[in-house]
Design a protein around this ligand. Structure first.
Ligand SMILES: [Mg+2]
Length: 307
């Protein structure tokens, strides 16, 4: 298959597409906003979809905020969201441990976003904040006394990532009964310029390498998230649309779940990537090719208002 730009659909084709959807799951960064900047026309498009009776959910791999903090960000950027409409990976980490009836302590390589979601579930934790390297590395390894209460290592985005944190995480993970959770596999974040902006996946891979273990991944495109949202929202896959800017996470999740998929080019995936996909004739079995794509989410609004 090849992916089609939404603006190439006839009015009837577009209307059929819109009518076939009850629920919209949307990624956030790169679709609705870029870091702290709203993407033009996206709020109006979300509002229009809601006016048309579509249920709208915010599905983000971001792990640095709690759901409550996401609501605030949504409001600041003109999106009207409620807590039940938001699924972020800090929250999923808490849900995973809750499902396992976890009653020990989690060592977090990540931010307060994860810690606060664990607090809401009464799960103890440690590790958030700076843990800088001081002195000699052999002394560090020699003197580290593992906390016997730790029963899980959770890895998210950590701007304070350091050698001491790596030593501690890998030491805890020597015990095979210790849960190893990675919030999401994204190896890059949308960069404000041409410089590299490494993402959470880089920290997880490093700890996997040091511990010789594989993390259970929680975010898109992994089954934990799809099972959680499908169960929680009672989704009918063929009447659900997944929107995202990243083929490897958003679109792959949608394809795995049997959702319709729409890629927008305001984030990670570029027009060049789309051209390459279509030039390879869709690679026939490539499960990261979206059904449709658009330059921006606002293209959908244009199609709705012109039809
Ligand atoms: Mg994104």
């Amino acid at each position: 298959m090849i992916t089609k730009h939404v603006s190439t659909l006839s009015k009837v084709e577009f209307q059929t597409f819109i009518d076939s959807i009850d629920v919209v799951l949307s990624d956030c960064d790169g679709v609705l906003w870029k870091e702290t900047e709203v993407i033009e026309n996206s709020p109006e498009t979300v509002n229009k979809l809601k006016q048309l009776g579509k249920k709208f959910f915010y599905i983000t791999n971001n792990n640095t905020k709690t759901r409550s903090e996401f609501i605030k960000k949504c409001k600041d950027l003109k999106y009207d969201a409620t807590i039940d409409e938001i699924v972020c990976t800090s929250f999923l980490a808490a849900m995973y441990l809750k499902e396992k009836k976890f009653d020990k302590k989690a060592y977090i390589v990540g931010t307060a976003g994860i810690a606060n979601e664990l607090n809401d579930e009464g799960i103890k934790h440690c590790g958030v904040g700076p843990d800088p390297m001081e002195g000699d590395e052999v002394d560090l390894v020699t003197n580290f006394k593992p906390d016997p209460e730790v029963g899980a290592v959770i890895v998210g985005f950590d701007k304070f990532f350091s050698f001491p944190k790596l030593v501690k995480a890998a030491t805890y993970l020597q015990d095979p009964t210790v849960h190893f959770l990675g919030t999401n596999c994204d190896t890059e974040r949308p960069s404000p310029n041409t410089n590299a902006f490494p993402g959470t996946g880089c920290f997880i891979t490093t700890i996997e390498s040091a511990s010789n273990r594989k993390a259970v991944m929680l975010g898109k495109p992994e089954p934990f998230l799809s099972e959680y949202i499908t169960k929680k929202y009672g989704l009918i896959p063929e009447r659900t649309l997944m929107i995202g800017d990243n083929c490897k996470t958003d679109i792959l999740l949608g394809k795995r779940c049997g959702f319709k998929t729409l890629l927008v080019l305001t984030g990670i995936t570029t027009q060049g990537d789309v051209d390459a996909m279509n030039a390879s004739n869709g690679g026939s079995k490539d499960v990261t090719i979206p059904d449709y794509y658009a330059n921006e989410l606002g293209d959908v609004l244009k199609m709705i208002t012109s039809s």
